[in-house]
Design a protein around this ligand. Structure first.
Ligand code: ADP
Ligand code: GN1
Ligand code: MG
Length: 369
């Protein structure tokens, strides 16, 4: 993490009002370096969200910012057209640099961007109740609907094959065979769990390739803390973390909601007895999601919603396991076994989903036209 003095210099490149007061690391994202910057504007202090893009993860930050800028502009335009007077709270707004660009390159080559801070709303790491699950799913469904008519052609793929689960499985196998840190022995049950499920990994990519389900512009990282819920009303107010908005499947987005919004346990909970897919939370997700996505979702997509929950939970568990085997090179970790612990939590959730798939399917069927 960089020193605060450095952050002040970076902040000064952006067209921020007032004078710099302070900056501090912010949020619990696993990828970018995020800071809340405080600016004194007359008698009040305003916050801004400054982020350094992780270039090990996003290899082409300029193309990425091209996507982000298009998505933000489109969302703002649609919100204004619908007559909303609180558009800057309902979609991210980039603060331009003093040179009028959407991003700033520091003296070390790092790429930075700055957003208006969405006040009075929170990204929750753990779901509290069914109302939150419903609102999160509605907000991500509405976000997909909003992107359906994004002008300007196909978005850049910021991480090629991001949800290509068979490729993720192949990467896991390579990491396992190389075992460069000699960690595989410590993960024997998790490795066996993963290997036993290789046959399940193609369900969405095969359906896409066969044209059974359509490609759509999707968010692709719809974990619960990537939507800010209003602190007073609980409404899903603003979808954030737009780095992976690109061509994908609606099922990826719904699947990650199941992973992050049905269990009462945190993503890295070590007491696996607490990890559980709760059917009422799944029902809330389906209701919230369909309230926004009913108009465009096909029957084939609907049928695959439960399977997507299992697939994405498994895929992300597999990515944590792969990163553990590779020596924690991708996800930020706060303790030595963090990635392995996260993997165990995801796999415990996969087990819970597997035992309830028929009930989940019945839930979706009961809501079909
Ligand atoms: P990462 O890719 O590392 O997850 P995010 O873009 O999700 O980065 O940002 C990290 C955290 O910062 C989020 O989880 C959220 O709490 C907070 N955050 C991001 N953008 C804003 C914003 N515009 N206003 C308020 N908080 C934000
Ligand atoms: C990362 O950026 P963040 O923390 O919202 C990751 C997701 C994972 C998630 C697991 C670009 O999301 O794919 O599902 O961690 N983002 C990227 O918590 O890899
Ligand atoms: Mg995030």
């Amino acid at each position: 993490m960089r020193a605060v003095a450095d952050i002040a210099t970076v902040a000064s490149a952006f067209r921020l009002p007032g004078e710099f007061v302070s900056a501090a690391p912010y949020g619990s994202g696993h990828i970018n370096d995020t800071f809340a910057v405080h600016q004194r504007c007359g008698r009040e202090t305003r916050r801004f969200l400054l982020q350094r893009i992780n270039e090990r993860v996003f290899r082409d930050p300029v193309a990425l910012m091209g996507n982000v800028s298009r998505v933000c502009a489109h969302a703002q335009e649609r919100l204004r057209a619908s007559g909303r007077d609180d558009a800057p709270r309902r979609a991210l707004t980039l603060v331009p640099t003093k040179l009028g660009a959407d991003w700033h390159r520091d003296e070390h080559g790092g790429h930075w961007r700055c957003y208006l801070f969405i006040e009075g709303a929170t990204g929750h790491d753990v779901v509290r109740d069914a109302g939150q699950a419903r609102e999160a799913a509605r907000a991500f469904g509405a976000f997909q609907a909003l992107l359906a008519d994004l002008p300007g052609g196909r978005l850049h793929e910021t991480i090629p094959g991001f949800h290509d689960t068979p490729s993720r499985f192949a990467a896991f196998r390579r990491a396992l065979e190389a075992d460069v840190h000699g960690r595989a022995a410590a993960a024997t049950p998790e490795i066996a769990f993963a290997l036993a499920r290789e046959g399940d990994v193609s369900v969405v990519v095969d359906a896409l390739a066969a044209g059974v389900i359509p490609e759509r512009v999707t968010h692709n990282d719809t974990k619960l803390n990537n939507v800010l819920l209003d602190d007073v009303t609980g409404e899903g107010i603003c979808v954030i973390d737009l780095d992976t908005v690109m061509p994908g499947s609606a099922l990826y987005d719904f699947g990650d909601l199941v992973r992050t919004s049905t269990s009462p346990a945190a993503e890295d909970e070590t007491d696996l007895a607490k990890v559980e897919m709760r059917l009422p939370m799944f029902e809330a997700l389906v209701d919230g999601y369909l309230s926004a996505a009913d108009g465009f979702l096909t029957a084939a997509e609907r049928r695959l919603l439960p399977a997507a929950g299992k697939l994405i939970t498994f895929e992300i568990g597999l990515r944590f396991l792969t990163d553990w085997l590779e020596g924690d090179v991708y996800f930020k970790v706060r303790r030595p076994e963090h990635n392995l612990e996260r993997c165990r939590t995801q796999f415990a959730l996969v087990r819970s989903i597997e035992s309830q798939l028929p009930a989940m399917e019945a839930c979706v069927a009961s809501r079909s036209r």
